[in-house]
Design a protein around this ligand. Sequence first.
Ligand code: SF4
Length: 421
Amino acid sequence: MNSRDSEHMIAELREKEGYETTDDFKQADLILINTCSVRERPVHKLFSELGGFNKHKKPSAKIGVCGCTASHLGEEIIKKAPYVNFVLGARNVSKITEVLHKNKAVEIDINYDESEFAFKDFRTSAYKGFINISIGCDKACTFCIVPKTRGDEISIPDSLIINEAKRIVATGAKEIFLLGQNVNNYGRRFSSNDHKKVNFSELLRRLSKIEKLERIRFTSPHPFHMDDEFIEEFASNPKICKSMHMPLQSGSTKVLKDMKRGYTKEWFLNRVAKLRSMCPEATISTDIIVGFPGESDEDFAETIDVLNQVKFEQVFSFKYSPRPETEAEHFTNVVDGEVASDRLSFLQSLNNEIIDEKNATLLGNTYRIYFEVLHSDGHAAGRSDNNILVKVKGSEELLGQMKNVKITTIGRTILTGEIVA
Ligand code: SF4
């Protein structure tokens, strides 16, 4: 979502202020740092990065701090780094050309509604386009700062989303990537009452009617909202890519309750079973937090049990770190740091074993790969419909093409193959 917010800001600045992007910040007239605050480390990094930019930038260059850390630290950023010219929260992206001309502006209103703002077009990829379908989040997961930085959830009207998708396809891109904190809660609330009848499954159906659009991806769906209609649409609609992100967070129902995730271990496994029975080719990725306050050895064993049962194709795993303005920040039953680190490395080694075992079975298979990136070693890389990352020997002429590729060499994060007819 931050990447898309950056694209939105660049688009506004290009259209309304004549800016162009540069790879060399020493040449820049404006330096924007778009920040994340989901974990602690990027927040610490912000101030050291800011110092470096300030030291080496052109004397006249302005610096703006944007995104979730801007939302939650607000004026404090300017107090700590007085050379910062403005602070722009994650929910205020559309005001970028306003704050640019105000001295020390701090725009961080998390109730600001820009769900119908007509952003200009700018895309970093010629082959796929990210589209925000909602802003904010209505959940209250006890570990998460996002509702405090991005505000309540508001869906973007389907007509705007469909028009955006058509514009992307008209440029030659074959894939769209829908973004939202809880995409499958789409349609719960709009700015105006005219839009109420469209839920996420219906939005997918409407989008898939766009001619020449070949692939639809989305992230993140919430396990709580994975109803049968959604899974059936996912499985039966040929334009929907068969890879699902299912953020588990913990396999222990007790910990899930403390996290206020709204589902149990059994519900999660039930949804995986439904998905696998309706769509056996689907790959599943997940997010896991280890060492959440109160997580016992038995709770952690439940997470490992889910890992062993589901055998996810990709796991993003993190050690819990308390975030400001969250409920869990005040939980006192903290897990010892070393215990949490041990659990994390156990989980990650187990996951590596699972992935190696699964990848070994892919040797000799053929996938339809959509090439999007060039590697410096003379390879072009892309993904299969079910999100398997594959590279082949090749250059620019492959980019934007879909080709059948037979897997010849197995790796942990990327497979190698050769193009077949
Ligand atoms: S669903 Fe939970 S984890 Fe996801 S953004 Fe909302 S509060 Fe955060």
